[in-house]
Design a protein around this ligand. Sequence first.
Ligand code: IPM
Ligand code: MN
Length: 354
Amino acid sequence: MKLKLAVLPGDGIGPEIVDQAMKSVKAIAEKFNHELEYEFALTGATAIDQVGDPYPETTHDICMKADAVLFGAIGDPKFDNNPKAPVRPEQGLLAMRKKLGLYANIRPVETFESLLHKSPLRRELVEGANFVAIRELTGGIYFGDKGRTDNGNTAYDHCVYTRAEVERILKLAYEFAGKRNKKLTVVDKANVLESSRLWREVAQEMAPNYPDIKTEYMFVDNAAMQIIQWPKNFDVMVTENMFGDILTDEASVITGSLGLLPSASMGIHTSVFEPIHGSYPQAAGKNIANPIATILSAAMMFEYAFDLMEEGKLIREAVDASMAEGVVTVDIAEGKSYSTSEVGDWIADYIAKK
Ligand code: IPM
Ligand code: MN
């Protein structure tokens, strides 16, 4: 099969971890006889520095022509403490989501046996937790009208959702739940927000079309609590953009391994696969960052974008083997630790030799 990728390393540790993932991608292509074609493109602070735009038109074109996008991370501290910066790396990410129509962000939350002791939760609470958080990614308060009035002394951000936007994300969430343990938790704030009432109304209309799936409704504040109290009660959770931003960060730490969790963003055009962690600028260039979340994002890419399940499975097996062998970076090592590139090489090598 022909695999045409756009590779967007971005900022901070992005280039290093994407390099490692590409080693595995190449090893898989070789092993399964896929014809791999890929093109690098600029994004984030790196793109601002080079061409003045965090998601340049050329990058968008490369993404549109690709079958999948492998993404590193964006963000640079030089922008974080400057609220007046005219253009910010994060705008690149938002522009990419909007222009590629990436309305669904999918974050599987899975535990790794060997890292359970790193979880902030007690082992018995988190062991075996396995759910998928689905976040609506192109609507809501992130993209509503925003601005200032009153000479800049009053600020507003509108949270807007259309029925069509809610329907398409719920449909996707129901499809996920149908393939998993048949439980969908719709998270909202319908006791206060009109946009949430639309979400709940639409969900209640759709639920009867999925009779084998149990639909559960939960207010977001309660969901924030339930995620840490009973994480095993969730199967698929779906929510709007900003609630999802917050809850998925919360969900990601309960496994004790932020550096291991991948994500997929899918929608109308090319899907994007990226680690859920950020650009970790303090580690940039030091060859210490954990590449596993990006390598697992490549596994998701094979599975979701190409429907190549065996390929994804082999990457997962290689990652598990590296952890079992203790070939891991300093963030999760117990004794000896390995560099970013050593872990990347080990995993790609395992794939090649398999
Ligand atoms: C994320 C990030 C982004 C978001 C930022 C960088 C704009 O936190 O992908 O979750 O808020 O969506
Ligand atoms: Mn976030």
